[in-house]
Design a protein around this ligand. Structure first.
Ligand SMILES: *Cc1c(COP(=O)(O)O)cnc(C)c1O
Length: 378
């Protein structure tokens, strides 16, 4: 008797582990482990979501025209070359399903997002991990790894969990240097947090083999609803649309995403708070002897002396009801990734890390001028 056998590669997938959201025995946890927007989505998005509840018996439209039009309007992109998916995770899946498979290689970088490897394996492709340099994407290492089997290259910019950014010139060099038959995917999940950064859109316009993915899960605070999108050459979009389920997005998802996109005041508020509190938190940690690279995102990668200290601090914070993210699985065992929360959460996590470090009242952290926090945003 032969049992049903999965496709090659499937059994090599290590299931994705999300940021924890609860601690046994603690009621009011502060969750800083999944890079969620501490202010939540725009109230207009919540309202649009609720309104969609009146039409649950209707199938959604299949072309996402209104949402694509709204995205195109805000980002100044051609709506015909946008594809929407169930989170950018689904777009990443489409890309691997369509452009990789048995006998091909998918390149991603050392500290890159784990979904690239999962989706590549699911498609039967060979995932190839290349080193980064000091927590930065290294274009030369990527180019060195290219073979005639390479089909896809994934680069997150800004990076997660590194929070660093590779320059536009370096990305352009990568796009220019890759053979035309390899698709370069720039994952811009955090692009919105960088003032003036287009997430790679300009490179998509210049090169038919460059593709950009984006999401409503981070800045727009809609991680729970699952909406992402991609932008690429018409030929690539036409390919991806063949594997996209016609009803992959519900009316509620589309309506909420569009409303979130159109509430620019909420976006501006979230961005300015993130910028202000991120600077404060990084400085507070630095004052405790915990350095971090300048963050281009909505989280900070705090570097501890070693893996044991990072682990101990994580456990200490957990006991205080604060959840941050261990990133040993991303090759950064001496680090903790801390989402920039609201002001109270930032103060609390800095205070508790100070306690962990043995800083009693009167220590440098405590002396950080409280008013500075209020002034920095101005
Ligand atoms: C959060 C994140 C995404 C977004 O995933 P969604 O499926 O859109 O929620 C994509 N890439 C990276 C690097 C991320 O951190």
């Amino acid at each position: 008797m032969t049992n049903p056998k999965p496709q090659p590669g499937i059994m090599n997938i290590k299931p994705y582990v999300g940021g924890a959201s609860s601690i046994d025995g603690v009621d009011n946890v502060i969750k800083l482990s999944s890079n969620e927007n501490p202010f939540g989505p725009s109230p207009a998005a919540v309202e649009a979501f609720q309104r969609a509840g009146h039409d649950l018996h209707r199938y959604p439209n299949t072309d996402h025209a209104a949402l694509r039009g709204a995205i195109g309007g805000v980002h100044n992109l051609d709506p015909d070359r946008i594809i929407c998916g169930v989170g950018s995770d689904e777009i990443i899946n489409f890309l691997c399903q369509c452009y990789s498979g048995p006998g091909t290689e998918v390149i991603y970088t050392e500290h890159g997002f784990s979904m690239y490897k999962i989706s590549a394996l699911a498609a039967g492709a060979e995932p190839i991990q290349v080193p980064e340099r000091e927590r930065m994407v290294d274009v030369d290492e990527i180019l060195k790894a290219v073979t005639d089997k390479t089909s896809l290259v994934f680069v997150t910019n800004p990076g997660n969990p590194t929070a660093t950014m590779v320059s536009q010139a370096e990305l352009a060099r990568l796009a220019r240097s890759l053979p035309d038959n390899i698709l370069l995917v720039i994952d811009g999940a955090y692009a919105e947090f960088v003032d003036g950064f287009d997430g790679g859109a300009e490179l998509v316009e210049r090169f038919d083999n460059v593709f950009m993915t984006r999401t409503f899960s981070k800045l727009y605070g809609l991680g729970g609803l699952r909406i992402g999108w991609g932008y690429g050459a018409q030929a690539v979009i036409d390919v991806l649309n063949r594997v996209r389920g016609p009803f992959n997005l519900s009316m509620a998802q589309m309506a909420a995403a569009q409303a979130a996109l159109e509430d620019r005041d909420h976006v501006a508020h979230c961005l300015s708070e993130n910028t202000r509190l991120r600077a404060w938190l990084a400085e507070a940690l630095a004052a405790l002897g915990i350095p971090s690279d300048t963050s281009c995102t909505n989280f900070i990668l705090a570097r501890f002396a070693n893996a044991a200290e990072a682990k101990d601090c994580n456990e200490f914070l957990e006991k205080q009801g604060i959840i941050v993210r261990m990133v040993g699985g991303y090759g950064l065992p001496n680090c903790l990734r801390i989402t920039v929360g609201d002001e109270a959460s930032c103060r609390r996590v800095a205070h508790m890390i100070g306690k962990f470090k043995g800083g009693a009242p009167g220590s440098k952290l405590m002396l950080m001028d409280e008013d500075r926090l209020d002034e920095e945003g101005k």
